[in-house]
Design a protein around this ligand. Structure first.
Ligand code: TYM
Length: 340
């Protein structure tokens, strides 16, 4: 018998570990705004600063990146009245539930995570314990709110699936139906935005080449230059999406166009079939500048008043805790902690 009725609720997070990329924007943030504006589910969005420190972060840069990320959320359309917007470390229940999940999750589960393998590289002995346990904290981020839906880009799918495994094992181990089995929501044309220099690699803030990505803070000139120099092949755009199958760089630019313009890749191809990149790239650059420049300008404006950003985050954390506190208390009772 279900112990609780799981009201549909959305949670997602972004690491404040450097600037926001076009991948974060199209794969996550833009979709967070759509979900918020649909208004049919409570939406909770978090700057996961405790995840960020699983690899070294300079403290001043971390503080700056967290505030800038908050400004990014608001500039992209997140309304801190409609959504709960906060940074993870101000809600200690995430780390508290994370500990319980460290004791539920298995070493073997963590070892299979492709992000662990990529980030730890060959020198796993020297990676932080936090980096290894990262997905258990991510499960806690989601489940401390009994969130049912988690919008993410493709690269986070495996972590959300692990969250389901943790919820199921907890429920089985303790004979309860307490944590919901969460759905990853991976939708739209741009859930895997690729590097502009290499169509087989994800666009990432940690790529050493700045030309590989578009940052939300890039100037219009930089955006245009990066798109103009993006790697492509010599063929014109095909007549059908199937024609993009073996052309990762071309497909990436079409998907980016579709994501920015709220179109499907099919619609983009229908409008641009037969075009050379010499024509398509300038259209894409104009579109990217038109969509991103207002966000970038609003971010700079918001960053002029960091005290106001801090107030928004503190208020968001207070609201988040009203949901998280009773769920942690009940978890402690289930587990057998005296005093809960
Ligand atoms: P992070 O900070 O790496 O990325 C934040 C979001 O952006 C998406 N994303 C992309 N989408 C499409 N194309 C890309 N190139 C691209 N790069 C990034 C990510 O999929 C993600 O949705 N572990 C998470 C943060 C996290 C989290 C959570 C997410 C912590 N706790 C709970 C959801 C729920 C991460 O490192 O994302």
């Amino acid at each position: 018998m279900a112990e609780v009725v799981h009201t549909p609720r959305v949670f997602s997070g972004i690491q404040p570990s450097g600037g926001l990329t076009l991948g974060n924007y199209l794969g996550a943030m833009k979709r967070f705004v759509t979900t918020q504006d649909a208004g049919d589910m409570e939406t909770i969005y978090c700057m996961v600063d405790q995840h960020a420190i699983t690899v070294w972060q300079d403290p001043d840069k971390l503080r700056h990146a967290t505030r800038e990320l908050c400004a990014g959320f608001i500039a992209a359309g997140i309304d801190p009245e409609k959504s709960i917007l906060f940074n993870q470390s101000q809600v200690p229940e995430h780390a508290q539930l994370g500990w319980i999940f460290n004791c539920v999750a298995r070493m073997g589960w963590m070892q299979r995570m492709t992000q662990w393998k990529d980030k730890a590289g060959k020198n796993t002995q020297n990676a932080s314990l936090g980096l290894f346990a990262y997905p258990a904290l991510m499960a806690a981020d989601i489940l401390i709110y009994h969130a049912t839906h988690v919008p993410v880009g493709e690269d986070q799918k495996q972590h959300v699936e692990l969250t389901r495994d943790i919820a199921i094992k907890f429920n089985n181990d303790y004979g309860v139906d307490f944590f919901p089995v969460t759905e990853p929501v991976i939708e739209g044309a741009a859930t895997r935005v690729m590097s502009l220099r290499d169509g087989s690699k994800k666009m990432s803030k940690s790529d050493p080449s700045d030309m590989s990505r578009i940052n939300l803070t890039d100037s219009a000139d930089d955006i245009a230059k990066k798109i103009r120099k993006a790697k492509t092949d010599p063929e014109p755009l095909p007549d059908t999406v199937e024609g993009l199958a073996d052309r990762p760089e071309a497909r990436n630019l079409v998907n980016i166009y579709a994501g920015l313009a709220d179109l499907t890749p099919e619609q983009v191809i229908a409008d641009h079939a037969g075009q050379q990149f010499g024509t398509f790239k300038p259209s894409l650059a104009d579109l990217a500048v038109a969509k991103l420049e207002p966000i970038s300008a609003e971010m700079s404006r918001l960053m002029q008043d960091p005290a106001e950003i801090d107030r928004i985050l503190a208020r968001g954390a207070e609201r988040a805790r009203t949901i998280a506190t009773p769920i942690l208390k009940r978890t402690y009772q289930i587990v057998g902690m005296v005093g809960a």
